[in-house]
Design a protein around this ligand. Structure first.
Ligand SMILES: Cc1ncc(COP(=O)(O)O)c(C=O)c1O
Length: 386
C-alpha cells in the first residue's frame, strides 16, 4: 500500500491532464496558472490515507455525516477559534457558492436588496443577480495599500429593503483579517438595519500574519450569532475543493429552518469522500496546516518584496489567504490580466471583483514556480517601459 509521509511543498505532483480547472485553461501552453483559488499541493497525508482506505473499500453509496464527522467540526471551531458550536447548528453543503445563492433567495424577496463590499470574490456579486435580488455595492476604503471599511458609507448603503449582508471574513481578494472592533461595528450596523449577515469564513484557517487572529463573527456575542449564517469548509485549508464538502453554521432555529427549506430538492448530499476527508483533515491535519502556513508565509514575503520593486505595481499586506491583490493601475495597461497572460503568467482579472486595473495572484504553488512567475512579470514590465 502507498505510504503518505510528508507533503513536499517544493515538489508537488504534475496537475496537467487531471481535469483541473486551473491547469486545463492553459493546456499545451507555457503559461503559469495562478488564477482560481486552489493550491498545487497534495492534501495532508492522514487525509490521503483515509481516502485511500475508502477507495479500497470500494462502496460509494449515499452518505450522511456521522457524529464523529460533526464532532470534528465542533472540535476544530473550539480548538482554533474558541467558538463553541453545537452539532445541530451545522447544515452540510456540497459547496459555499451555492450557499451564497441560497441565502439571497431565502432571506430577501425579489423586491429587496443584498449588500456587499467591493472589491469582492465574484460570486458575491453574481448571487444576488442570479436570484433576481438587487445588489448594493459598498466600496471598501483603500489607504496606503490597506483596505478597511468606510463605516459612514457602509451605514448609508442600507435601506429598509436591505435584508442580507454578504461578508467575507477573512477577505478575498484583499487578504484582510477583520479585527474584533471592525467586526463588532459591521455586526451592529447590520443588526440595527434588520439585516441578517452571511459571513463566508472559508479562509479562516489561512491567517499568515502572526499578529492577526481570525474571529468568527458569530462568536462575538449571542445576539450577533442569532442573526448570522457562517459558511465554512475544510476545502481551502486542506486543498479539498474538488471533493465538495462544506457547511453553514446557523445557531438560530428559524433561520436554519428557512435555509434548509430553500435547499430542499435542489442541494444534493455531500459525497462520502468529502465527508471522510473533512473528518480526517479536522481531526489529524493541524500539524500539516502549520507546515503549510510556514511555506505560504515565505512565498508571500518573496512576492511582496519582489512586487515592491516592480515599477507600476503595488500590493498590500496579505494578512490571510494565499491570494495577492496587486494594483496595476500605474502600469498604464487597460487590461493587466491580458497583459500578463501574454507574458505567460495566468492571473485573475480584477474587473471580475469589481476592480478593473487590479489582478489577483494565487501563490499556493512551489516556490520555484512563483520565482519563475515573478521573473516573467518583471520582464514584461521592463520591456513595456523601454
Ligand atoms: C470567499 C470564498 N467563498 C467560497 C469559495 C468557493 O467555495 P466552494 O468551492 O465551496 O463553492 C471561495 C473560493 O475561492 C472563496 O474564496
Amino acid at each position: 500500500m502507498q505510504e503518505y509521509s510528508k507533503t513536499d511543498f517544493d515538489f508537488p505532483p504534475d496537475r496537467t491532464n487531471t481535469d483541473s480547472i486551473k491547469w486545463s485553461r492553459y493546456a499545451g501552453c507555457d503559461i503559469i496558472p495562478m488564477w482560481i483559488a486552489d493550491m498545487d499541493f497534495q492534501s495532508p497525508p492522514p487525509v490521503l490515507e483515509v481516502l485511500h482506505n475508502h477507495i479500497r473499500h470500494g462502496v460509494f453509496g449515499y452518505s450522511r455525516p456521522s457524529s464523529q464527522t460533526e464532532e470534528s467540526v465542533v472540535q476544530w471551531m473550539s480548538d482554533r477559534f474558541r467558538w463553541a458550536i453545537r452539532p445541530d447548528w451545522i447544515v452540510w453543503l456540497p459547496g459555499l457558492v451555492c450557499a451564497l445563492n441560497l441565502v439571497c433567495r431565502a432571506f430577501a424577496e425579489s423586491t429587496e436588496e443584498v449588500l456587499t463590499t467591493t472589491p469582492i470574490y465574484p460570486p458575491f456579486l453574481s448571487a444576488p443577480r442570479f436570484s433576481d435580488r438587487k445588489l448594493i455595492r459598498c466600496p471598501l476604503k483603500r489607504e496606503n495599500k490597506y483596505y478597511s471599511f468606510d463605516f459612514q458609507q457602509f451605514k448609508q448603503a442600507f435601506s429598509p429593503k436591505t435584508k442580507v449582508c454578504l461578508l467575507c471574513n477573512p477577505h478575498n481578494p484583499t487578504g484582510r483579517v477583520w479585527t474584533k472592533k471592525e467586526l463588532e461595528t459591521i455586526a451592529r450596523i447590520c443588526l440595527q438595519n434588520g439585516s441578517i449577515i452571511c459571513s463566508d469564513e472559508i479562509h479562516a484557517d489561512l491567517v499568515l500574519s502572526p499578529d492577526k487572529k481570525h474571529i468568527p463573527l458569530a462568536s462575538l456575542d449571542r445576539e450577533i450569532a442569532e442573526r448570522t449564517i457562517t459558511l465554512g469548509s475544510p476545502s481551502k485549508t486542506f486543498n479539498l475543493p474538488g471533493l465538495s464538502c462544506g457547511f453553514a453554521i446557523i445557531p438560530n432555529k428559524q433561520i436554519r429552518e428557512r435555509f434548509t427549506h430553500a435547499m430542499q430538492g435542489i442541494i444534493p448530499h455531500v459525497n462520502a469522500l468529502g465527508l471522510t476527508a473533512c473528518r480526517a483533515a479536522y481531526s489529524q491535519g493541524a500539524s500539516w496546516l502549520n507546515d503549510l502556513l510556514g511555506y505560504l508565509r515565505i512565498n508571500r514575503d518573496l512576492l511582496d518584496e519582489s512586487v515592491g520593486q516592480i515599477p507600476g505595481l503595488s500590493m498590500g499586506p496579505v494578512e490571510a489567504t494565499y491570494l495577492a491583490w496587486i494594483d496595476c493601475r500605474k502600469l498604464g495597461q487597460p487590461n493587466p490580466a491580458a497583459f500578463f497572460e501574454k507574458a505567460s503568467v495566468g492571473l485573475q482579472d480584477g474587473a471580475e471583483f469589481d476592480a478593473p486595473g487590479f489582478v489577483r495572484l494565487n501563490f499556493a504553488c512551489p516556490r520555484s514556480r512563483l520565482q519563475e512567475a515573478i521573473q516573467r512579470i518583471q520582464k514584461a514590465v521592463t520591456k513595456q517601459a523601454l
